[in-house]
Design a protein around this ligand. Structure first.
Ligand code: ADP
Ligand code: ASP
Ligand code: MG
Length: 417
């Protein structure tokens, strides 16, 4: 008998039929004698609807009321799943974040979990029933409800798994594992049997939304064994405790991975915007004059490129910011025009960041060179580049995104044969 955490994402609980199907996965684990905590997302589309309502009534909503509203979708799913389980003869009750309680800081909209009190859950497990917990939410010190950022139910699940010292945290979703790239973009993408925490962390933070970045970070720190698997599989075909006919992807320590590829995956993000300042004076202090005010406004700058002019007096500076911050970034830079002294300021969100990721890059040279070569052969222009020990990212025009991802997928031998 083990303690298992199961998480069902939005598509996996999209309607009553899907909730009934998810309930059969839960029943299987309970019938096998396990203690089971189930973390649920809102039914697909619900959170988007709640967000759009808040925007309809306020362009700059009070952050705590925003969270009070957008957190509610998960409560509905938790209650429905508990009822369906009861109908199947499985003991179950629903919990929302504050009832556990899941404590967070006060950063509304992207709060961080600070602690999970397991007392009530552990007491409840003695009844042999399943605890159904609303994901995506917690409670701050001031007793206000918080949310953990889009996709945050993954993080709720991992935090609860860590606190309960669960044997495993199964993330049930609409794909049957983590693939070499988004299988919706590249049909030849391959399912990975295992992926290291570090690679998954890069994949998630560079755009692969199959797991929220923070959930991978938490899993890595606490050594939570994460399995990504399909909720669409036949629940009764399994034998319980994750002994599945179609295993998903295990996110684990790199030592557990036998055959390591140089490149394990390709991620992309359309959430980027490019800002360019032309004819900026090339003298000390200019970078500080540009990036200081942006930092003060909490705008994260990612890639930076600087081209020095022939006479060495002027430079063009290009950098990226999250798409949602583009207008704000342009406003900040306009207000600092006299200090920075640039000729022209422009911004576009018609760009995409593509990243190749693999811990094998630590010991293999030439990954970036190959990337530049194959993209040049397709006539794709690279606008900016950044690298780290285990990834290379490039920025290109959004129109070439799919071509670039497919080209790279083939070039690094990732296509399914
Ligand atoms: P959920 O609602 O279950 O949380 P998400 O939509 O957040 O599901 O994440 C699953 C989606 O992630 C998949 O449908 C897939 O399109 C996308 N995805 C992006 N990159 C990858 C990848 N490398 N492997 C698997 N899925 C990926
Ligand atoms: N329902 C939330 C969202 O759509 C959280 C989640 O599904 O993980 O972002
Ligand atoms: Mg998700």
């Amino acid at each position: 008998m083990a303690l298992l955490v199961l998480k069902f994402g939005g598509t996996s609980v999209a309607d009553i039929d899907r909730i009934r199907h998810a309930a059969r996965h839960v029943k299987r684990e309970v019938d096998a004698g396990h203690k089971v905590a189930v973390i649920v997302s809102a039914m697909a589309g619900t959170t988007d609807q709640l967000v759009s309502w808040t925007k309809e009534v306020s362009t700059t909503p009070d952050r705590s009321e925003y969270d009070a509203i957008v957190s509610t979708g998960e409560q509905i799913t938790a209650g429905l799943l508990a009822l369906v389980l009861q109908g199947l003869g499985v003991g179950a009750r629903s919990w929302v974040g504050w009832q556990i309680p899941i404590a967070t800081n006060t950063a509304h909209g992207s709060a961080r979990i600070t602690s999970v009190d397991t007392t009530a859950l552990n007491e409840f497990f003695k009844t042999g029933s399943a605890a159904i917990v609303a994901g995506f939410q917690g409670i701050a010190d001031n007793d206000r409800v918080t949310t953990l950022g889009r996709g945050g139910s993954d993080t709720s699940a991992v935090a609860i798994a860590a606190a309960l010292k669960a044997r495993r945290c199964d993330i049930y979703t609409d794909v049957d594992g983590v693939y070499t790239t988004d299988p919706r973009i590249v049909s030849k993408a391959q399912k990975l049997t295992r992926i290291s925490y570090e690679e998954m962390l890069e994949m998630a933070s560079l755009g692969a939304k199959v797991l929220q970045t923070r959930s991978v970070e938490l899993a890595m720190v606490h050594g939570v064994r994460l399995q990504v698997r399909s909720s669409f599989d036949d629940p009764e075909a399994d034998q319980g405790d994750g002994i599945t006919q179609r295993p998903g992807t295990l996110v684990c320590d790199e030592e557990e991975i036998v055959e390591q590829q140089v490149v394990s995956g390709i991620a992309y993000s359309k959430d980027e915007a490019k800002v360019t300042l032309t004819r900026v004076a090339d003298k000390p202090g200019i970078a500080a004059a540009i990036f200081g005010p942006l930092a003060h406004s909490d705008i994260n700058v990612d890639m930076i490129v600087q081209n020095v002019s022939d006479d060495g007096r002027f430079t063009d500076v290009t950098f990226t910011v999250p798409m949602s911050d583009l207008e704000r970034a342009l406003g900040v830079l306009e207000s600092c025009k006299t200090e920075i002294t640039y000729e022209k300021l422009s911004g576009t969100s018609d760009v995409v960041k593509i990243s190749v990721i693999g811990i094998g890059m630590r010991s293999h040279a030439g990954v970036a060179a190959k990337m530049f070569q194959v993209l040049a052969e397709k006539g794709i222009n690279i606008l900016a580049i950044t690298t780290s020990e285990i990834k290379v990212s490039i920025l290109i025009d959004a129109a070439y995104a799919e071509l670039a991802i497919r080209t790279l997928h083939t070039a690094y031998d990732l296509d399914e044969v």
